[in-house]
Design a protein around this ligand. Sequence first.
Ligand SMILES: CCCCC/C=C\CCCC/C=C/C(=O)SCCNC(=O)CCNC(=O)[C@H](O)C(C)(C)COP(=O)(O)OP(=O)(O)OC[C@H]1O[C@@H](n2cnc3c(N)ncnc32)[C@H](O)[C@@H]1OP(=O)(O)O
Length: 302
Amino acid sequence: MALAVRMRVPCRALLCAGAQLRGAALGRPEWAAGGGDGARRFASLRVLVEPGAEGRVAVMKLKNPPVNSLSLDFLTEFLISLEKLENDKAFRGVVITSDCPNVFSAGLDLREMYGRNPGHYAEYWKAVQELWLRLYLSNLVLVAAINGSCPAGGCLMALTSDVRILSDSPKSVIGLNETLLGIVAPFWFKDTLVNTIGHRASERALQLGLLFPPAEALQVGLVDHVVPEDQVQSMALSVMAHWLAIPDHARQLTKAMMRKATADRLIKQREADIQNFVSFISRDSIQKSLQIYLEKLKQKKG
Ligand SMILES: CCCCC/C=C\CCCC/C=C/C(=O)SCCNC(=O)CCNC(=O)[C@H](O)C(C)(C)COP(=O)(O)OP(=O)(O)OC[C@H]1O[C@@H](n2cnc3c(N)ncnc32)[C@H](O)[C@@H]1OP(=O)(O)O
């Protein structure tokens, strides 16, 4: 219990209070309970939560079409959802997957980082930090069922999980590709990658902005399993059962022991990190890079 308190993330309550206000401002109910599972099945506009197995596992489906970009509204809804699950003692594990075909998540929403004002950038970055801290320090067992493309912020989200299962498809590439956009992965993105695949492999992956196809992602240790597309969720539930066989308190203490120092680096300098982001993203040269990248994405279609 003491651990659970220690692992709580500062400012979380603040952000969630803000999040609820945001939801109210959008003029919709926060949660609509439905289905035979009553309150255990719930949904916001962009996140579906369904029971996974034996009432102790939930499946969170990211549903922000077309590509599950991590917009501010999406982050807000995701964080409220996660908080609900963390606070429900019945749940011990969560599978995170996508409801959008061929894409797990396109990462941070580029429209939140382009052509906005400094106040907006600061609000957005605080929500991104919160997402990482809440997921990275979660007491729940988190399994990422990565059923599609998983670049940058999508990869960061997957990296916070305890286990990653990737679908064996040419579309399912994963990595921190920030340099390809002319931007730089922040230190806590980098730390999370280093903690997963080691220093040398991270250095190469980050500098080159590598997006690994399934076999290479498995080889470098970025994911733990590669399975056919239609088996991603069943594999996630089966891996989850293995992890849930471990007593929670021992597993949670061990997870905290492994991750706390990394999280603390950001916690100690959250405000400075926000200011750093705002000044970096506001630069004309960076805005230009983002503009070019967004145009390229549009041209790809036409
Ligand atoms: C030194 C100090 C450092 C301090 C740090 C400061 C700042 C930097 C940190 C920033 C960290 C950034 C992290 C990120 O996550 S950046 C986002 C990176 N994401 C990507 O590169 C992915 C881009 N998207 C794609 O490659 C593809 O869309 C796809 C995910 C492979 C899916 O392909 P497909 O199914 O063919 O869909 P479309 O490409 O046609 O896209 C459909 C529409 O969605 C729009 N889109 C795509 N991705 C994003 C996105 N990330 N944000 C917003 N919108 C996105 C795309 O433009 C299409 O829109 P349209 O229908 O209006 O044309």
